[in-house]
Design a protein around this ligand. Structure first.
Ligand SMILES: C[S@@+](CC[C@H](N)C(=O)[O-])C[C@H]1O[C@@H](n2cnc3c(N)ncnc32)[C@H](O)[C@@H]1O
Length: 275
């Protein structure tokens, strides 16, 4: 059975949705009035939000370039979002045309648009799966087709772990991905935080909770985010505001931020302990 009609039926234009709000904030066209309305309110409540989503994409570019230059040729980009200007496969395959990328998302709009964009594009695929079921991602046929877990892989978890509640245990999920990482693999994370602006972030979360939105983010502290990197070597400059990670542009240390960013590497001979 063709999955496309089923996915299209699942798209609900009346409920604001994280992937489409994010697309709108990045200047994309794959969004509806409900998404734009809530995103505009979010931007009004959190004036740095637009700069933050752009900084997140700029970080994706720097981090993917970095790990590709370090020799990585396989990427699993989980919570990949709607295709936008520069996507992981474009960044990686520019440096290494043989780089393989599997995009994973559970949003029907993302899957439909992702598949349309990737039709006929080399070693790249889209998997319809939920980060809260890491085992299903690791066993997914598209992941198995393109990813060899005996070789290093980069797991990208940008802007997604804050959609996993404490009850759903994001540490268990990331530990499962870490177990699948061959030595020399990378974990790349950005995560929503109120560390810099607790009142603003608290207000935004309350606003989203009261709106007809599909998902409400969970802000976490730097220490909580650092725990995702247990058993990994955290690369310099550490867990830092997203715009500061190996940035080639000057930035102000006073700049507001809503996302922590970090990159960890699985060492050779590390134990595969889960946390
Ligand atoms: C804010 S966007 C981030 C997009 C991209 N990773 C980036 O950082 O630019 C979050 C994405 O995570 C996806 N997402 C949210 N919860 C998810 C889940 N439980 N499983 C898979 N994807 C999920 C959303 O559909 C959305 O596309």
């Amino acid at each position: 059975v063709d999955a496309e009609p089923r996915l299209r039926r699942e798209i609900n234009a009346n409920v604001a949705n994280g992937a489409r709000m994010y697309d709108y904030m990045l200047g994309g066209k794959d969004n509806f009035a409900a998404d734009r309305e809530l995103a505009d309110r979010l931007i009004a409540a959190q004036p740095g939000a637009l700069a933050s989503v752009r900084a997140n994409r700029a970080f994706l570019k720097r981090a993917v370039r970095y790990v590709t230059e370090a020799g990585i040729r396989q990427f699993i980009d989980i919570g990949s979002g709607l295709p936008t200007m520069e996507n992981t496969h474009e960044i990686a395959q520019r440096a290494a045309p043989d780089a393989r990328v599997v995009y994973v998302d559970n949003d029907p709009t993302v899957i439909v648009h992702g598949r349309a964009m990737l039709a006929d594009i080399g070693p790249t695929a889209v998997a319809d799966a939920d980060v809260r079921r890491p085992e299903a991602i690791l066993r997914h046929s598209e992941v198995r087709r393109l990813i060899d877990f005996d070789r290093p892989v980069a797991f990208l978890l940008l802007g997604i772990l804050h959609y996993v509640t404490d009850q759903e245990d994001p540490y268990r999920i990331v530990a499962r991905f870490r177990e699948a990482m061959a030595p020399g693999s990378y974990l790349v994370v950005t995560h929503y935080t109120g560390d810099d602006n607790p009142h603003e972030v608290d207000g935004s979360i309350k606003m989203v909770r009261k709106s007809p939105a599909s998902t409400v983010p969970v802000a976490r502290t730097r220490d909580q985010i650092e725990r995702f990197f247990d058993h990994l070597e955290i690369l310099d400059p550490g867990i830092v505001p997203v715009h500061q990670w190996r940035s080639d542009r000057p930035y102000s240390l006073d700049q507001r931020f809503y996302l922590w960013a970090g990159v960890g590497r699985a060492g050779v001979g590390r134990s595969t302990a889960s946390s």
